[in-house]
Design a protein around this ligand. Structure first.
Ligand SMILES: *Cc1c(COP(=O)(O)O)cnc(C)c1O
Length: 413
């Protein structure tokens, strides 16, 4: 399968197995229960000796089909899907960490993940936040109790690019589990396995689904981490194949025990959306680059954060690591240009907190998604009150430029 192109694989990988009535799409299995004529078979499934389904909370053939597709995209060993990206992150952290464990995380990240780390601290974990664009700073934070290093590929909203390869080499040398949130790049632009990440998390609600009509999340084990060196795997999940220890525990805890199950209907929508990931991403990245270039010379704009711009501090790193620079832009408006008036004047671009949609979305970040963090943390993250995050979609680029130009002019008056 690996010799086929990205999109061919996504479109045709799940047609290798026979389906009912020659259906090209996988059917949506909404059944909660699974029946066994022979109780011996049910026992074998429960005891892991036979593959099969027992109860919808633990997964369905529909979520399995999506898992296989994502596993192919990330070239992983195994993938587990969850109800949301946050559920995938929570399942990963709660399944693998124990009280007394230490985590090193990038300080630049998705706001809800930051809040989730606060929950982990309440449960007895310790988290150190570092500037992950700087490998040396991250290395300094490592302790003997560090069980996990966590980074995002492109950070929200100022688009910092972590030293993904340097941190990967460091984690490999120290035997620390390296978890990468690949949501902003998606497996089409970047595969964290190539920088030795052990686990890759994707929010499927964003680029992979793409249409803003379904929530989902996934965790992929890349096979790069040796779970035999990880002390927090319970005896019952240490099966014959040690590569599956981590994902088995994440799946059992996250799905079976916590119930963060992906609905079959969502899995189906996400799988359909994933078919066009490469096409959408090409267009999104092209639009984002065009808009970043335009806005970076606009007199109402103080600053544009976009890894594709040569003046971006990690532009070279992004060029080396990613197939393109993604669809997220941060723009800081000049003093004379009112951010809220700018947003009100937009006619095409939608004011919304989502990202990775087909439609271009804009949000004032300090007042919304980073509000709970408080002014000090926002300041340390470089988030000003005039910062607007744009998530670029697949519209015609001329329309996006015209929309921005007219709204900036109106807001500057
Ligand atoms: C949106 C997002 C998440 C959470 O995903 P949901 O599907 O919305 O729960 C996690 N990480 C990043 C980087 C995100 O952008």
């Amino acid at each position: 399968m690996t010799e086929q192109g990205f999109t061919t694989g996504v479109l045709h990988s799940d047609r290798r197995e026979p389906e009912q009535h020659r259906a090209v799409h996988r059917p949506m299995y909404t059944s909660v229960a699974y029946a066994y004529a022979d109780p011996e078979d049910l026992i074998k499934v429960f005891q892991g000796e036979m593959s099969g389904y027992v109860y919808g909370r633990q997964g369905t053939p529909t979520s399995s089909a999506l898992e296989a597709k994502l596993n192919l995209m990330e070239q992983g060993v195994a993938t587990a899907c969850f109800s949301t990206g946050m559920a995938a992150l929570a399942a990963t952290f709660l399944a693998l960490l124990r009280a007394g464990d230490h985590v090193v995380s990038s300080a630049f990240m998705f706001g809800n993940t930051n809040s989730l780390f606060a929950t982990l601290c309440n449960l007895g974990c310790e988290v150190t936040f570092v500037d992950a664009t700087d490998r040396a700073e991250l290395e300094q934070a490592l302790r003997s109790t560090t069980r996990m290093v966590f980074v995002e590929t492109i950070a929200n909203p100022c688009t910092q690019v972590a030293d993904l390869a340097g941190i990967g080499a460091l984690c490999a040398a120290r035997g620390v589990l390296y978890v990468v949130d690949n949501t902003l790049t998606s497996p089409y632009l970047f595969r964290p396995a190539q920088v030795q990440a052990g686990l890759v998390v994707n929010s499927l609600s964003k680029y992979i689904g793409g249409h803003g009509n379904a929530l989902g999340g996934s965790v992929t084990d890349t096979g790069r981490f040796d779970w035999r060196s990880f002390p927090n795997i319970a005896e019952q999940y240490r099966g014959k194949d040690a590569r599956l220890w981590g994902i088995t525990q994440i799946r059992k805890k996250g799905l079976r025990d916590m119930g963060a199950t992906l609905q079959a209907e969502s899995a189906h929508r996400l799988a359909s959306g994933a078919e066009t990931l490469a096409l959408r991403m090409d267009r999104i990245c092209q639009n984002a680059a065009t808009l970043a270039q335009y806005l970076s010379t606009h007199r109402a704009i103080e600053r544009v954060y976009y890894p594709g711009l040569e003046q971006h501090p990690q532009h070279r790193r992004a060029r080396e690591l990613f197939a393109a620079y993604g669809g997220l832009l941060g723009i800081e408006l000049r003093a004379g240009c009112d951010p809220l008036r700018f947003l009100k004047q937009l006619r095409v671009i939608i004011c919304s907190s989502h990202l990775g949609d087909n439609r271009t979305l804009a949000i004032p970040v300090a007042q919304t998604i980073y509000w709970e963090m408080g002014p000090e943390r926002r300041h340390s993250m470089g988030i000003s009150d005039a910062l607007i995050r744009l998530s670029i979609g697949i519209e015609d680029s001329e329309d996006l430029i015209k929309d921005c130009a007219e709204a900036l002019a109106a807001a500057s008056r």
